[in-house]
Ligand binder design. Sequence first.
Ligand SMILES: Cc1cc2nc3c(=O)[nH]c(=O)nc-3n(C[C@H](O)[C@H](O)[C@H](O)COP(=O)(O)O)c2cc1C
Length: 311
Amino acid sequence: MNQLTPDLSVKLGPLELQNPVMTSSGTFGYGLEFDELVDLNLLGAIVVKGISLKPMTGNPPPRIVETPCGMLNAIGLANVGLEAFLKEKLPKLRKFRTKVIVNIYGHHIDEYAELASALKGVDGVAALEVNVSCPNVEQGGMAFGVDPDASARVTEQVRKSTDKPVIVKLSPNVTDIRIIAKAVESAGAHAVSLINTLTGMAIDIETRKPKLANIRGGLSGPAIKPVALHMVYQVANAVDIPVVGIGGIVDYRDALEFFIAGARAVEIGTANFVNPRATLDILEGITEYCQQKGIHHITDIMATLGSNLHI
Ligand SMILES: Cc1cc2nc3c(=O)[nH]c(=O)nc-3n(C[C@H](O)[C@H](O)[C@H](O)COP(=O)(O)O)c2cc1C
């Protein structure tokens, strides 16, 4: 008997992906680091580590600590900077079929716009993912992503400065994430991705000091999955643009939960540290699930929970 070959392709607005399994920014380097372990050509997309205009060394160590079912990180967005990314990383990434999405961040709205302009028309960059969980220097360091107006202004400026599809990555550290999602949708985002990490801390009771030099960090991993899933469900029912689900996805069952809740694609983060092949295992699991259930197109199960439930 012929085995069903499910169609896993999805669209995030103008961005077409061969399948909905992507890597999440900061957990998969620039993709190249995983080349020997993972056939990068099989991924839906690679989202690279957040890029800033200038190179950043990030926060002092310790900047990672393990927590029950997750981890806290305070890397501080260390990265090679735009110039080195374009010269050293992107030419190597172009050799792969997989779409490359560049995650960008700034401390001023102008920095986001400058990054978007610099990447305009650049071959091998399929889309931009805009990290708005970054301190807004003009507003006393409050993250852009907790303020609907600031999130909308960043989105608007990036849209004006680029010809690429724009995905805005939302912070969960807000009262109602739907308000931010609607604001960036109105400002022209082609899609939203969520969630970024949840702010947290840990204390060493022997030294009575915070375990992270930065005191606070971002919580990620399985511990945050139920929170992420609920937010994805809420946002998917609040906006008309596609939603990318992120947060604690470690296996194909987790990914399927996000699809059923309304996600059009998923990003795999912390799981890559435990199992570098997590993305491919998840892809395989999704394919087998579709085969077993007779699902011809992965989109057939997406958002099947509907919007009538009380949220
Ligand atoms: C070590 C580390 C570094 C990260 N760096 C970035 C980053 O540069 N830009 C960004 O938008 N998100 C960054 N994130 C957030 C992840 O992309 C993801 O949104 C979050 O970890 C939740 O997914 P997970 O539970 O699957 O890890 C980082 C996360 C971790 C753990």
